[in-house]
Design a protein around this ligand. Structure first.
Ligand code: NAP
Length: 262
């Protein structure tokens, strides 16, 4: 039997690209998101191209009970987990409801943690597993007004991946934090900043395929952290090495374009 990978947020962007790429390698994708029509259409496309029957699970990953149901509903081994589903709240913290912020934490932090905890025992038993956690270059940033919890959530994914890797890498399980920068997807459409963000030569957009290829190569090689693309690597080096007093005002000024005024 071929490998099976659970991919959250498979209805769009980076997650859909993971599903297509893995299916082309003979992996059976277990597709998870809220938009059933999108998942069905992707599953049909994968079947036509590769003859593989994807598994579809419609699930709101901000809903703990629904995630419990998802975990119960997945039968058979899960060899890979791509914790990809995500979004951001482009508003100021106090301009949003607490429920909206807590749903964000549930989707971006708690659910990936719970899914990893659910699939790891089977991976350890079989001596094989691949986990890719979607972080971001903002995991390395000083933070800015708007998207308040987003850098925190992505820093969690980075640190969680590294610690988990330290615990399980000798058991045949590779855990990777994938840290893209701006990528072509529905992300800015979903958070309402598409028009405001526009396109800038200072913010080159990476194609989803390049992000996915870098993530899968890093996962195969057992790298704990992958920053795809030269621009993103330079950005992370700057955020890590330059003095705070120089960098923080630059980041905060630049971030204004990606924030909805409240
Ligand atoms: N695009 C970028 O510039 C960028 C940069 C760095 C990191 N990332 C990270 O990459 C990951 C993928 O983002 P993307 O750029 O591909 O964005 P996208 O095109 O907007 O796709 C987001 C995916 O997440 C799913 N999702 C969101 N909330 C969900 C929920 N409550 N329950 C279930 N699924 C949910 C969406 O599916 P449904 O709406 O159908 O549920 C969709 O499939 C995210 O973790 C993001 O933070 C993106």
């Amino acid at each position: 039997m071929g490998r099976r990978y659970l991919i959250t947020g498979a209805s769009a962007g980076i997650g859909a690209a993971f599903a297509r790429t893995l299916a082309a390698q003979g992996v059976t994708p277990i597709l998870v998101a809220r938009r059933e029509d999108r998942l069905k259409s992707l599953a049909g496309e994968i079947h036509d191209a590769h003859g593989i029957e994807s598994e579809i699970h419609v699930c709101d990953l901000s809903d703990r009970k629904a995630v419990d149901g998802l975990i119960q509903a997945i039968h058979g081994p899960v060899d890979g987990l791509i914790n990809n589903a995500g979004y951001s709240l482009a508003h100021m913290f106090t301009a949003t409801t607490l429920d909206a912020q807590m749903d964000f934490v549930e989707t971006s932090v708690n659910t990936p943690t719970r899914l990893a905890h659910a699939v790891l025992p089977g991976m350890i038993e079989r001596g094989y597993g691949r986990i890719i956690n979607l972080s971001s270059i903002v995991a390395f940033s000083a933070g800015a007004a708007g998207h308040t919890l987003y850098p925190a959530a992505k820093a969690y994914m980075l640190k969680f991946s590294r610690s988990l890797s330290a615990e399980v890498r000798h058991k045949g399980i590779h855990v990777t934090a994938l840290c893209p920068g701006s990528t072509v997807s529905e992300f800015t459409h979903a958070n309402g900043t598409e028009k405001a963000a526009g396109h800038s030569p200072f913010r080159p957009l990476m194609p989803t395929q390049a992000v996915v290829d870098a993530g899968l190569a890093a996962s195969d090689a057992g790298r704990e952290v992958e920053i795809p693309g030269l621009f993103n690597k330079v950005a992370v080096a700057a955020m890590t090495l330059l003095p705070d007093a120089l960098l923080t005002p630059l980041i905060r000024q630049g971030a204004k374009r990606f924030t909805l005024g409240d």
